[in-house]
Design a protein around this ligand. Sequence first.
Ligand code: 6U4
Ligand code: NA
Ligand code: NA
Length: 153
Amino acid sequence: AGAHKLLTLVIVDDGERVLLGRKKRGFGEGYYNGFGGKVEPGETVREAAERELHEEACIVAEDMKEAGILVFAFDDQPLPWEVHVFSATKFKGEPTETEEMAPIWFKHGDVPYEKMWADDIHWYPMFLGRRYFRGVFAFSKSTLLWHTLLEGP
Ligand code: 6U4
Ligand code: NA
Ligand code: NA
């Protein structure tokens, strides 16, 4: 633990398309997003990422690896969020709609940034290019006020 909230985000990328979910409830409702959520006590970040991917998309990643780290500061929340982003190219199971998410494939050129969080357009190119990234983003509500983005470990 630390003075931040730990979350995960898994994006399946088969090389031509990414699997995103339209969030049906909770934080970011109506927006497209990877799959993920809060790390629970007693689990590792990777375990949390695997669990959330299974809970939200009904699939099991076979080659999940660390893709980057995002830190978000929100004006209306006491703690910043540290989001560990993972990529996977292979998985078991069939992506299935759940109570939380409706999964859809998007070609790399058709990622719906206008219906995604404002930070995504900045770091997806690095993600899609398989380049490790570290970003810091300051939000007021859903408006991105400021950011910095570094490439490389
Ligand atoms: P519960 O309360 O269990 O339903 P949980 O699933 O743990 O919630 P949730 O869904 O609120 O957490 O997690 C938020 C998800 O949104 C995480 O996968 C991280 C991701 N996320 C948060 N801010 C993001 C942003 N600005 N851009 C982005 N993903 C973001 O692409
Ligand atoms: Na979630
Ligand atoms: Na959760």
